[in-house]
Design a protein around this ligand. Sequence first.
Ligand SMILES: O=C(O)C1=N[C@H](C(=O)O)C[C@H](O)C1
Length: 307
Amino acid sequence: MNWTCAVAIAMLKAMELHGIYVPLVTPFAEDGTVALEALESLARSVLAEGASGLVALGTTGEPAALSPEEKREVVEVCARVCRERGATLIVGAGGSDTGQSAVALQELAGVADAALVPVPPFVRPSEEGVLAHFAHLAERSPVPLMTYHIPYRTGQALGVNALRRLGRLPGVVGVKLAMGAVDQDTVELLGDLPPGFAVLAGEDAFLAPLLALGAAGGILASAHLATGHYVELVDAWQKGNVAHARPLGHRLASLARAVFSEPNPTVVKAVLAAEGRIPTAAVRLPLLPASETAVAQALSCLGAVAR
Ligand SMILES: O=C(O)C1=N[C@H](C(=O)O)C[C@H](O)C1
């Protein structure tokens, strides 16, 4: 490896991911178009409450239901707000096709600080195949990569050794971890992380336990609501203020359970609409709007967070 290459790798690995990143919903207007002004004010409001950054086109943003033009507009709004606020922008990119994923990543040059790239969904390659996929992308990507590991959506398991090898790849700066549990691999991974590799909780109800194990923060849809309290929870764990962190973590876990009682982002959108922060609770098919019961429960848990 030559000197220039070593410096470039060190710079990519030096990106510090820490705190709460909000994967923004895509608000829709009454006529079904993307409500870009509402998106912008949502972006500003979560950053004003202390979020470290935004995720554009995460699962929560319904990217599968957006046209290429709509996706570009969403990213543009998020990039502008992040630039103005000095916040980090992570953009969801990539899929099952390694070649197409590499092409999609090129579009993020000069726009995003990092890309959130899922373990290739549906194909179920071997762990070696997943590692080769990320090595191929990391070599070509203009921005650092955050792996999105969510085996119950992708169908691909990864053991702790594969996760550590991913974390040692130059250009891979972290993992958004959504394993459906705090399992043995999670505990082992957080016990011995590769240098420059951050774990962000990707599953709202498991934020507090992952912080206790050493996660750097989270990418959480429910952090649209009670953003400041999520930020407070990360700070409390990092300062070792367990007496404050533990009950707050439980209240936020109740909120998360309520928000995820129906498919994401239906409940979070309905709560944001009820609060008047986005014009409608509309989601695009195949998602269906949240039930009144789910929204009432989420609002009640939200009210209890500040207690
Ligand atoms: O969009 C995201 O990023 C998130 N997606 C997860 C999901 O929908 O499963 C949930 C998490 O809160 C953030």
